[in-house]
Write a protein that binds this ligand. Structure first.
Ligand code: SAH
Ligand code: SF4
Ligand code: F3S
Length: 473
């Protein structure tokens, strides 16, 4: 997450962000593309792969949609609202296309996968539809579309990990980068569309991951976040039958340099092992922060969600984390108003939030997705007003918990990685602690710069941000 603000929408601060990292030399690039990304960090990471593929085929990026020959929307299907946002954006590009007939519009990502060629019928002015495993075919599909044909490739793959493609770091702060370590998901949580849009789980070659992280460190990056829908089930088996588990991979990346911070997301509570927790304990540069989505605090609802753990099991996992990693930051995803949820189930969610003491949560109300197990098996029977009221109670509680968690940090000193100027003032730095809290502190006239580590003592806080002063300068 780029932003620690408590937010009802995942990555709200970045939704629809347009990428254009490099200056285009018109003599080098034959055409310009513009790409906008929605959804999770993995989709943002995929846009960097797409940019790399396009770049190698003679296309240059632009930040300005108006000067683009190709416009791509890398889309998300997780909730109905995410799809509505994309449809609205497409109608805007429809107008642009009428004004500029040569302009090609492409839909990438999860919505492309979910709707397939139906997209071309529904949104008549879309020219290209490409699913998450078919980005290598983009240059060919663009050629087809240039020739006036509609171009679609939504084949899912059991092998594709784009391991050999060096992502073009788009709109990067030069300090922190995301690295995909696996794709797809085998979990089949009943509410979730991801297994349908992203296909089967597969792990990327461990050595290509380490190489990419090393290259980032050599380029001056100080933090990598290893990404997957379920990172703890990472399992790579190389040619010589050597296997690499997630704990082993974490260690391999942590060993690159003590100066490189390592983060990861997302952990499914059923899969995070003691091995992973002990590896985190062993290496100071593995950040003490775990995103451990609970979804609901009621065992009955968890079973309907097919999460495969109970309330008690989740609580035991929280205890284990607190035991091995005292002070570790913990965050969650929560869904309000899943099918058949009673007030008692909802109270169970509130009480598990209290128990876990989350520093941060991403909170949503249930949105039925076509084709999912829940849509086929259960009725979406909680009235919208009830869903919204429960969600508001969850948000209010999280705000109180975040504030409490920040107040506990008052007077403490943390190592902070400086990411850049604070949003509000170029007189202040913004950075993050190991436990993933945003901290803002005055620059004064110290010789610190972006990408440096500083020891900062917390002297104040809001519910979303710590405020502090640099030590020992
Ligand atoms: N792989 C991650 C989550 C990916 S989706 C994990 O297992 O935790 C991110 C979050 O979106 C989920 O954790 C869930 O809280 C939410 N979400 C997924 N499907 C949803 C739906 N149909 N309605 C509302 N929220 C949903
Ligand atoms: Fe969806 Fe569950 Fe897979 Fe996460 S683990 S992506 S919620 S199916
Ligand atoms: Fe959305 Fe696809 Fe990610 S549905 S949350 S972009 S995996």
């Amino acid at each position: 997450m780029q932003d620690l603000l408590i937010s009802k929408v995942q990555d709200e601060s970045r939704q629809g962000e347009a990428f254009a990292p490099f200056l285009n030399d018109p003599s080098v690039y034959r055409k310009k593309f513009y790409i906008e990304s929605y959804g999770c960090q993995m989709n943002f990471a995929d846009s960097e792969i797409v940019a790399s593929i396009l770049n190698n085929s003679g296309f240059g990026a632009t930040r300005n949609a108006e000067e683009a020959d190709l416009v791509f929307l890398n889309t998300c299907s997780i909730r109905e609202k995410a799809e509505q946002t994309v449809r609205k954006r497409l109608t805007e590009f429809r107008k642009a296309k009428q004004a500029r007939p040569g302009l090609l519009v492409g839909v990438l990502g999860c919505m492309a996968e979910r709707l397939k060629s139906k997209f071309l019928e529904e949104e008549k002015l879309v020219d290209i539809v490409v699913g998450p495993d078919a980005y290598r075919s983009l240059p060919g599909l663009i050629e087809e579309a240039e020739g006036g044909q509609k171009a679609v490739n939504v084949l899912l793959s059991r092998e594709e990990t784009y391991a050999d493609i060096a992502p073009v770091r788009l709109d990067s702060n030069g300090v922190s980068a995301f690295v995909s370590i696996m794709r797809g998901c085998n979990n089949m949580c009943s509410f979730c569309v991801v297994p349908f849009t992203r296909g089967r789980e597969r792990s990327r070659d461990a050595f290509s991951i380490v190489q990419e992280c090393e290259a980032l460190f050599n380029d001056g990056f100080k933090e990598v976040t290893l990404l997957g829908q379920n990172v703890d089930s990472y399992y790579f088996s190389g040619d010589n039958a050597e296997t690499v588990t997630f704990a082993m991979l974490l260690e391999m990346v942590a060993k690159i340099s003590p100066g490189l911070r390592v983060r990861f997301s997302t952990s499914h509570p059923k899969d995070i092992t003691d091995d992973v927790l002990h590896t985190m304990e062993k290496y100071e540069n593995i950040c003490k922060y775990i995103h451990l989505p609970v979804q609901s605090g009621s065992s009955r609802i968890l079973q309907l969600m097919n999460r495969t753990y109970t309330r008690e099991w989740y609580m035991a996992k929280i205890n284990r984390i607190r035991e091995i990693l005292p002070g570790c930051g913990i965050s969650s995803d929560i869904i309000a108003g899943f099918c058949t949820e009673t007030e008692e189930d909802h109270q169970d969610t509130l009480s598990i939030m209290q128990y876990s003491g989350y520093d941060l949560s991403y909170m949503f109300f249930y949105s039925e997705r076509p084709g999912t197990l829940a849509q086929r098996r259960y009725k979406d029977d909680i009235p919208e007003a009830v869903k919204k009221r429960r969600l508001q109670e969850i948000v209010d509680l999280q705000n109180a918990l975040s504030k409490q968690s920040n107040q506990k940090d008052l007077g403490k000193t943390f190592q902070v990685l400086i990411e850049g100027d604070s949003k509000k003032s170029d007189q202040d730095w913004m950075g993050r602690t190991s436990h993933n809290k945003v901290i803002v502190f005055p620059k004064h006239n110290y010789s610190l710069k972006k990408g440096d580590y500083a020891m900062v003592t917390v002297n104040d806080c809001t519910k979303a941000t710590l405020l502090g002063e640099v030590q020992n300068n």
